[in-house]
Design a protein around this ligand. Sequence first.
Ligand SMILES: [Zn+2]
Length: 534
Amino acid sequence: MSYTALYRKFRPTAFEDVKGQDHIITTLQNQIKANRIGHAYLFCGTRGTGKTTVAKIFAKAVNCEHPVDGSPCGECAMCRSIAAGTSMNVIEIDAASNNGVDNIREIREEVTYRPTEGKYKVYIIDEVHMLSIGAFNALLKTLEEPPEYVIFILATTEVNKIPITILSRCQHYDFKRISIETITDRMKELMDTEKVDVEDRALRYIAKAADGSMRDALSLLDQCIAFYLGQKLTYDNVLEVLGAVDTDVFSQLLRKVISRDVAGVLDIVEDLIMQGRELTQLATDFTWYLRNLLLVKTSDNIEDVLDVSTENMMQLKEESQMIETDMLLRYIRIFSELSGQLRYATQKRVLLEVALIKLCTPAMETSQDALLDRIRAVEEKVDKAAENMQERVVYVNGDGAAGEGYPGGSGAGASGRGRGPKPELPNAIPEDVQEVVKNFRSIADEASGMVRGYLKKARLSLGGDNRLLIVLPDSLAASVVGREDHRQELEGLIEQRIGKKVEVEVRYVEEGRHFEDTFVDIEQKINMEITVED
Ligand SMILES: [Zn+2]
């Protein structure tokens, strides 16, 4: 069975089928009825709110041989050829890929010719904000004196990027985000037509997730149907497909947090992880849950603002009595921070658990200062963990035991505060070290057997206390070169050559990383300076 996406299959072909933009439809229909059609329209609004759909219906309506009450009849030759996409009167341009001056010049030449059939040539320019400055200027010339048989419909999601000179020549229509109610009703209609059995709650959840975009709602619905083809689409199914969590879970979680039941909280986390929930999404959704709770707590008559079911509202009201406003604010802050951190973290579960334990820990409530201190301490820990992740360098000790002093343990707690500082150039490289670096390759040639081989691949950097870092590509090489006797041999060779003692430390580049991630290449820097001096 071939399957046509709902959005395509049910794309409105008449004004009556367009949902949620009544103010615009009425105005356009009135213009057509009164024969007072403009020459330039600007349709703005977020994606999936019907801009190009309305533009196409409008193009049909102005060309229709027998329009009915400002709507296209859908039957005449013009209506049918426009619907089939074969009419020369409707020209759709995607400015995202045709944004140059030449594309618009082409249009300017074309508009000098009258339409061979129908009344109007309609140019629909989608994503018009993507035009180059030159293209806008070319367009402006046409908009200044448009032939009477030409209509421009410019559509955009970013009206602030349209030059004022263009704006001032267009009739301006704002496409609103479509309400959850309207989207739900439309989907219900379509599901009846398609004979798909679906729970109202499920549709409502999808409508909410679509955030005002009918197109997004229908493609989410498509996904869900495809997943449960031939079965009843339930609320739980939808949560499953969209990777979301039922608000009941948030309610349970919050109640455990309020009663400071850490074990209970961690049990819920365990369950969610077993269900394969996406933790970043989970944190974001829980933050919204807390935000709704805060609104319920702090304002009256919030029902109209919050889009939650009656039962959820009862639950929120009950919970709002169980918690103080400042606690809620703190919860929200901790979770907003967490959302930011999770995006880049590898140990999402640990961070989530830490955040929840923070919420549960009563000591933190006692004083504002203590609270801030504790948070600061946690942040420092997280930062430090991140730095350690960054370095991940093994110090090779004199006795050759690689791995001791490995910083950061098993790599827990990447913090999501970026990737840490890049290694910086030391301000000044001591002359002794410079001297060694300049001669290092020939010094290395004098080393004995195996060490000499490994040193060919060594790179040089500067360590603390102006030690020379000899960085090897792997731990095996580092354990050989770093052995006490070998290191002493190397320091001896250096002392012989430059007449001074320079301390050497052997390190290696952690697997999966590059030398440059952690070290500054002082050899390159010094050699560069020499070249410049020459
Ligand atoms: Zn018609």
